[in-house]
Design a protein around this ligand. Structure first.
Ligand code: FAD
Ligand code: FES
Length: 350
């Protein structure tokens, strides 16, 4: 994995708890990325080890000259607070090259409109895709965007400007869970019933349109119910998770009764590592706890930086949507969401 040191060009406070960090491109080259991809930032942790967190780029390769990430503070969060408070214009940040498959591919034969569903910081990759699509195509976009209140709407002014500049092509529907008394728009959270209503009201064609979403797990589950109900083709559905699904240990044992401590072998970079993986750990988590240097980035099954091939034994992934069906059939696994389910698991990482 290639890393860069990017210099912060400016910091824009988007809302009370969200900031965008704009970077200069590296001096030697233009940072190439696709709309919707993310950078992984490496910052020093308290024990001297570098901590990694991924942040989607809110900039568009088609419209923005600098690269930007947009970070929302998480209460007690190590890296989000560091980036919002400690980093200033002129500082350098180490990042892993752009990654991710939640992208807009201009070469895909798309003729439907785009329906985007986002909430909170989930707007970040959607904003990048939205700007790219408006600039490079003549497709229409409906954005259904959930937030807490008027002041927590990230990119509110920019979205309003885009709505006027692309009148008739971009329509943003805002929904607030705790608005002020002056709010005359939609109240509540995005769920199946109001999602269907917003989509029908805006003429969504469930067979033809393309659906992009990023936000809390519960919102995405509700949207999947809509896609199922209206038989949206799977290849028209794109989504990004910001967190690996939380695995409750008890639930995990119920789901995977055969799960137990196993010794796993990982071949990487000319070395062979043999180590134990406890039932509550993924293979990557166990390796990192033992300071074994394996490749990774998002730790959420989204970027494929931890991709390996299972040569022997049985492995179960908590999530496999980061891989294609072909890759899964060929034995590829993502070690950040994989658990050994038999003795003698051997994984080879390129
Ligand atoms: C592919 C990808 C793209 C991402 N893009 C963005 C982005 O564009 N903007 C952005 O702000 N974040 C984004 N994230 C999330 C980001 O990587 C971090 O997880 C987030 O900033 C929290 O990190 P932290 O170090 O501050 O918190 P941590 O120190 O990791 O966590 C502190 C506590 O907060 C909880 N927590 C962690 N994340 C969240 C959360 N999102 N909501 C509520 N509680 C949480 C943890 O369980 C823990 O209890 C993305 C994640 C992935 C995997
Ligand atoms: S680290 Fe990103 S998919 Fe595993």
């Amino acid at each position: 994995m290639k890393t860069y040191f990017l210099q912060v060009q400016k910091i824009v406070r988007e809302t009370e708890d969200t900031a965008s960090l704009h970077f200069w491109h590296p001096i030697s080259e233009q940072l190439r990325y696709k709309a919707g991809q993310f950078l992984t930032v490496l910052v020093p942790g308290s024990d001297g080890k570098k901590v990694r967190r991924s942040y989607s780029m809110s900039s568009s390769p088609a419209t923005d000259s600098s690269v930007a990430i947009t970070v929302k503070r998480v209460k007690g969060g190590l890296v989000s607070n560091y980036l919002c408070d400690q980093v200033h214009a002129g500082d350098f940040l180490e990042v892993i090259e752009p990654m991710g498959r939640f992208t807009y591919e201009p070469e895909q034969p798309h003729d439907g409109s785009l329906v985007m569903i986002g909430a909170g910081s989930g707007i970040t990759p959607l904003f990048s895709i939205l700007k790219t699509v408006l600039k490079t195509t003549d497709r229409k976009i409906l954005l259904i965007y959930g937030n807490r209140d008027e002041n927590s709407i990230i990119f509110k002014d920019a979205l309003q400007q885009l709505e006027s500049a692309y009148a008739g092509r971009l329509n943003v529907v805002y929904i607030l869970s705790r608005p002020s008394g002056y709010w005359v728009g939609h109240h509540g959270r995005i769920h199946q019933a109001n999602g269907i209503w917003f989509m029908k009201e805006n003429g969504v064609d469930f067979r033809k349109d393309y659906f992009y979403m990023c936000g809390p797990e519960a919102m995405m589950d509700e949207m999947h119910k809509i896609y199922k109900l209206f038989e949206v083709p799977e290849v028209h559905i794109f989504y990004e998770r910001f967190n690996a699904p939380v695995q409750d240990e008890e639930e995990l044992m119920e789901k995977l009764p055969d799960l137990k401590k196993q010794t796993v072998t990982v071949q990487y970079d000319g070395e062979t590592h043999v180590f134990d993986v406890e039932p509550h750990q993924t293979i990557l988590e166990a390796a990192l706890e033992l300071d074994i240097d394996l490749p990774y980035s998002c730790q959420a099954g989204m970027c494929t930086a931890c991709l390996g091939k299972c040569l022997e034994g049985k492995v179960k992934m908590d999530e496999d949507e980061g891989l294609t069906e072909k890759e899964i059939a060929e034995g590829y696994v993502l070690t950040c969401v994989s658990r050994p389910m038999s003795e003698g698991v051997v994984i080879e990482i390129d």
